[in-house]
Design a protein around this ligand. Sequence first.
Ligand code: EPZ
Length: 420
Amino acid sequence: MDRIRIRGGRPLSGEIIISGAKNASLPLMAAGLLTDERLVLTRVPILADTSTMGELLAQHGIAVEKTTNDGHTLSLGGPITNTEAPYDIVRKMRASILVLGPLLARTGEARVSLPGGCAIGTRPVDLHLKGLEQMGAVIELDGGYINAKVAGRLKGATIVFPMPSVGATENLVMAASVADGRTILANAAREPEITDLCDCLVAMGAQISGIGTDRLTIDGVPSLHGATHEVIADRIETGTFACAAAITGGSLHLTGGRLDHLGAVVSTLAEAGVEISETPTGLSVRRLNGLHGVDAITEPYPGFPTDMQAQYMVLMSVATGASMVTETIFENRFMHVPELNRMGASINVHGKSAIVRGVPFLSGAPVMATDLRASVSLVLAGLVARGETIVNRIYHLDRGFEHVERKLAACGADIERMPG
Ligand code: EPZ
């Protein structure tokens, strides 16, 4: 299995082109199930997860073609010929659950393997299922599968989420787009990836208002048509490289990065001593003087994203003073802490919070991680650590970061992939 070797201590400088967002591409690809016409998506990142979603759609009957040489444009199209999402694919990627709403809404039935728990928490899908039931679906769980059926079309309903869920909002907004009547999603998640999905659905003929807010009103239409849509730039990749610039004391231009998508990351990093400013083509990031300990608490957008928590913790590990990093979204998302402590960090976890006491330096070590964001946090730690760091099990990284080592090496990092 491939590994990444990093020799730390070099400030980064230069330009990084931000890829399309993984977490926007996955629901957008699932939206390909909502029409028989062509949906063309541009700026799709080439990642293990987008290729798994392509595999899943293909077995539902959707032709998925890369139509440009760079592989970033996908053309999806074709009638649904199979409504089962098998365990073998769903177990590789939980976001497979996003086909449930579109399959059911289009064909009146879907059989989707239940995603299990994962490294960061139990991650139930009850909100997806309850919402679809409110829209008239009959759902049974049997043999590890969700069996969903509806006679005729799904019916519009008012669905009030007890808490915002990104995936449930996406599943239901897709289903509601072709349901019969008006659906209101209240206390909906409003991450930029959801806005991106809604914008694409509107381009396909959906009628959605309240886009970008926590209350979406969807007036169902009988069918959607084809469209061409550009995926938004990845805000988590943007934030991760902002941390890379800051932690190495360098400066980077993040081409395509958007300030309005970073939410609380901007003010938190500013307080910690990192300047992020807009340029005509993206964002410019530099560390001003030293880094200071600043507390952060993860929250739904526009709060501080859980997907940036591990990376931010590395920054805090070498800041002056102490900080408290609190994780409120997932119950088991501190798996990077023991690895960072092995590199010399001083982090103590107490329930949902981690107390990070800044240390003068980290030391390189062989490390490994159990999820995507934790893996990239170890790469960040390696960039600043004295000596050599080997990050093992990088298939996690390949699920969500396009050519991370090439992008960092081009800005001066001493980093390489070692085929294993
Ligand atoms: C999305 O996951 C992202 N994945 C995650 O990114 C991200 O961490 C998460 O949103 C939060 O921002 C994709 O977009 C593909 P949720 P999702 O439903 O949709 C609970 C990464 O590293 N919940 O908003 O699964 C849930 O357990 C990944 O790229 C229920 O209780 O997240 C969690 O505590 C990891 N019942 C909270 O809601 C449900 O039916 C938020 O989860 C659904 C969710």
